[in-house]
Design a protein around this ligand. Structure first.
Ligand SMILES: [Zn+2]
Length: 78
């Protein structure tokens, strides 16, 4: 059993180190809730393994000021 647990743990670590990112579940800006428009090139960001998208630089800056507040929107969406 121990070997199995170790293999599982190593697999988990390997995927964490490989930088697997959870994709962003929303169709809207993480900060402003504006619909993301591909033609306006939403800003995509990897925050601790979670992809986040913002509609503009201002929103990205606001996200960085208080990430926890905005990440709640993602957990609520899942
Ligand atoms: Zn914005």
């Amino acid at each position: 059993m121990k070997k199995i647990a170790t293999a599982f743990l190593l697999g988990f670590l390997a995927s964490a180190l490989a930088g697997e990112v959870k994709s962003y579940p929303l169709q809207t800006c993480i900060v402003s809730d504006e619909p993301l428009d591909a033609s306006r090139q939403p800003i995509s960001n990897n925050y601790q393994g979670q992809e986040v998208k913002a509609c503009c630089r201002e929103c990205k800056r606001d996200f960085k000021k208080d990430p926890g507040k905005f990440l709640k929107k993602i957990s609520a969406a899942e």
